[in-house]
Write a protein that binds this ligand. Sequence first.
Ligand SMILES: Cc1cc2nc3c(=O)[nH]c(=O)nc-3n(C[C@H](O)[C@H](O)[C@H](O)COP(=O)(O)OP(=O)(O)OC[C@H]3O[C@@H](n4cnc5c(N)ncnc54)[C@H](O)[C@@H]3O)c2cc1C
Length: 423
Amino acid sequence: MSRRKSAPPHEATRQPDGQAWSSIDSDVVVAGGGMVGAAFALACSGKGLSVAVVESRAPRRDWPKGEIDLRVSALSRASQRLLARLGAWRRIAELGASPYRRMRVWDAGGTGSITFDAADLGEPDLGHIVENRVIQLALWERLEQAPDVTLVCPASIADLQRGPDGARLVLGDGRVLACRLLVGADGRDSLVRELAGIMTRGWDYGQSAIVANVVPELWHEETAWQRFLPTGPLALLPLADGRCSIVWSASDPRAEELMGLDDAAFSQALTESSEGRLGQIRVDGPRASVALRLQHAGHYVEPGLALIGDAAHAIHPLAGQGVNLGFLDAAELSCALDVALEQRRDIASLWTLRRYERARRGDNLAMLVAMDGFNRLFGNRLPPLAAARSLGLALADRAGPLKRFFMERALGLGAGLPPLARP
Ligand SMILES: Cc1cc2nc3c(=O)[nH]c(=O)nc-3n(C[C@H](O)[C@H](O)[C@H](O)COP(=O)(O)OP(=O)(O)OC[C@H]3O[C@@H](n4cnc5c(N)ncnc54)[C@H](O)[C@@H]3O)c2cc1C
């Protein structure tokens, strides 16, 4: 599908050497129309810029009633606000968003635990669990109505040529997308990042995250449950119909062992690992596992190029922050373009793009390091550390202001959301 709207970017069919190929010229090309790329493209709509989105996989339009996808995200209140401003939240709520009102975290290696409750902040919930495909579809439906956005899908990137006037993205079918600003939103294994020669730092965690949907015997109390096991954290995320979506991060050998179990044995292992807090748990449907890696791009911007979302940073899923950080990237980059447009500066200049990098890189790095630290701290079996963890969790649970600070950060209530479009 290659959709064109009423005011499309300049699209020309040329025939050099008798060969037919077309070129789409836009101000901005977004490589990757996943959750973050689609949000950014939508934030760019209405700025007076022409935008093209290249995506290799068309989003799924429908699925059987009651089917829950394996990939879900815990969205913060800040992400919800951003999606609402983009006009996508209403559709997300219609397709299915499960609120969670509490979060209970406890340590398998000690006695410590901590509970976060939205009621303590006078808030209705701490966030929502939403299927990734729901978020992507709601954003795409909005993009399809945007007259200044061209969706190029399915299409894959084959090559990248860059010059002083911008970039030319060559697609697998020979089409060429020329633009002033190329935004790499093509995920953790970003080809744009690789073709631009931007190095990353990081390491494999030696852990994989197993995802599945499960039916607990007891009501989940609209609570996100997380137990830190020595082999990695286990999270049970509440779904509106009473099921839970699990993210079970485990050392690679343990994850392999768990993936090899039949459903009955896996369900039993899950029940035991969650200490029976939700009674007997039964796995419902398939399981998948994803190898976990910490990864951070050496830099996010160059003249004519910016990286956002997982293309810029990949984080351990233990606190469900990845796409929330990506949405903040999208909002900040959009804001940086607004400032440039207002001041009649080049949207693709390093001056413009550095504003985005300055706003996001430090925050992203801090979150990457914090989650890495938690994973190491709770994965350590040394008795003195286990005792210190128990004490730390117990104290934090009782320390009102500290707990409030963490909750506000997690909800994105403390963080000011950059405006998506200048009034
Ligand atoms: C197990 C697990 C649980 C998680 N839970 C949470 C959570 O609860 N909360 C949270 O905030 N985050 C969570 N995350 C992280 C979150 O899933 C990612 O941060 C998020 O998917 C990143 O979005 P993105 O759009 O940047 O990249 P992606 O989702 O990877 O999207 C990239 C898009 O680019 C397209 N693409 C890639 N290459 C090309 C190409 N060459 N040509 C054309 N198109 C291309 C892909 O098809 C895709 O649509 C979790 C991650 C894992 C692994």
